[in-house]
Design a protein around this ligand. Structure first.
Ligand SMILES: Cc1ncc(COP(=O)(O)O)c(C=O)c1O
Length: 425
């Protein structure tokens, strides 16, 4: 099983273990659907990133992209490790502050930012990454006198799906190449203190896309040099965004961490810019540290062989939304020799609600029985975070495994939670 070494899962006596805990026992104790996060793996991933840069004699600001997983307990783990934060909403900013990240360590990157949002951000005194001329002008009106950077669109994007590509044509983010000089000029005229430049080309790139990314690093460095001349000052940081992918399936290569870190570090060194390197990884820190557990409640041959589970895309939307592949493991019979092909069907009233990467791609699994617990692997990033109450389903519970202990870090919602804030008329 390729995922055993790669993502710290074990199989003993044909049973799946997560960080030393038997998956079926976790399902029994905490109920399903259940997110299980391996806190030690999260720390390990963060350290691996840091060390990849240390090996290149670079010490980047690692802004954890909390949109990938914003549980307080997980943010606290990363705060203790010295992480910075990439926040994309005022709520995320205020959550990060509550966890204890200092305002200097929080970079807000928004899009279609409202005046109400701006007011809260100015009050929070975090660094604001500006993504439009409109935001630049309105910030001035709110009496902003803090630090800001500018997000530009380097013209090329990459990502695991078109939805996650965030640079290039037909993209709403950042200031495009032909306007970037004007943006710096306007910032200068308005007296906005620009201390950095930012790019984020997309999420979940691997393989050849690392070269595409490194080409955009060159472009961003060139723009930073021009901007420093224009503004007559040195930047404090250049932020190359997030995006490093993870291995969701056997056929995918492992992310070339050394090539990535070396590429950025060498290019920055050659540029002679004094700015610090910043990056904004989310998926590569938490993605493979999360497992989603659900229970089989229906095994039946319809016009397709079907295994129905007690979860849906309200819990984990990546397969339905992006056609994403997640490994699925029968926790109590991992290596069973007798197998069948199944549609792993969710419990929502939508035919797209399956955990296979698409409806036609049936998944071969050891023969399933009702009551079996399934583990959907690599669900730690953009899993729970993209959850919803669709079909009035409750959000699942979340457990953190840390140093051989279990911690419930989010309780399962109940009907009152689903109804909260509603008013009858
Ligand atoms: C601005 C920005 N930074 C960082 C990230 C994190 O990306 P990833 O989780 O792929 O590292 C995202 C996600 O799309 C983003 O929009």
């Amino acid at each position: 099983m390729w995922w055993m070494d790669s993502i710290n899962l074990d199989v003993k006596n044909n049973q799946l273990y997560i960080a030393g805990f038997q998956a079926e026992a976790l399902a029994k104790e905490f109920g399903t659907p259940l997110y299980v996060y391996n806190g030690n793996k999260i720390i390990e991933n963060f350290k691996a990133l840091k060390e990849a840069f240390f090996a290149q004699k670079a010490n980047p600001r690692i802004h954890f992209a909390m949109k990938a997983n914003s549980h307080l307990a997980i943010l606290r783990l990363l705060q203790k490790e010295g992480a910075f934060i990439d926040a994309v909403s005022p709520n995320e900013v205020e959550i990060a502050l509550k966890v204890g990240f200092s305002k200097e360590k929080i970079l807000f990157t928004g899009t279609s930012v409202s005046n109400k949002d701006l007011e809260r951000l100015v009050k929070a005194e975090v660094v604001i990454n500006i993504d439009s001329f409109s935001q630049l002008k309105r910030l001035k009106k709110f009496g902003f006198n803090g630090k800001a950077s500018i997000r530009w669109n380097p013209g090329t994007g990459a990502g695991h799906h078109s939805h996650t590509i965030t640079a290039g044509k037909f993209i709403k983010f950042g200031i495009p190449e032909h306007q970037i000089e004007s943006a710096f000029k306007l910032a200068k005229t308005l007296g906005i203190n620009i201390v950095g430049l930012h790019q984020h080309i997309g999420s979940g790139w691997l393989g050849k896309d690392v070269n595409t990314f490194l080409e955009t690093v060159d472009k961003t460095i060139a723009v930073a040099k021009k901007a420093e001349e224009l503004l007559e000052k040195k930047f404090e940081f250049i932020d190359f965004g997030g995006g490093p992918g993870i291995r969701y399936k056997k056929e995918q290569a492992v992310f070339p961490l050394e090539k990535y870190a070396k590429g950025i570090a060498e290019k920055m060194r050659a540029s002679k810019l004094s700015a610090e390197i910043a990056i904004e990884p989310g998926r590569s820190i938490v993605g493979d540290a999360g497992v989603f557990l659900c229970e089989v409640n229906t095994v039946e041959e319809k016009n397709i062989p079907l295994a129905g589970v007690n979860a849906g895309f309200n819990d984990l939307i990546r397969p339905s939304f992006y056609g994403s592949y997640h490994e699925i493991v029968n926790c109590g019979n991992v290596n069973g020799r007798e197998t069948e092909d199944y549609m792993i069907a969710g419990n929502l009233c939508e035919s797209s609600d399956v955990f296979n990467e698409n409806k036609q791609a049936l998944r071969e699994l050891p023969v399933l029985e009702e009551g079996n617990i399934l583990a959907i692997l690599s669900a730690g990033a953009y899993g729970f975070e993209m959850g919803s109450n669709y079909n009035s389903r409750a959000l699942s519970a979340c457990v953190l495994l840390l140093n051989r202990k279990t911690h419930v870090i989010r309780e399962r919602q109940n009907l009152d939670d689903v109804l909260a804030k509603q008013k009858e008329i």
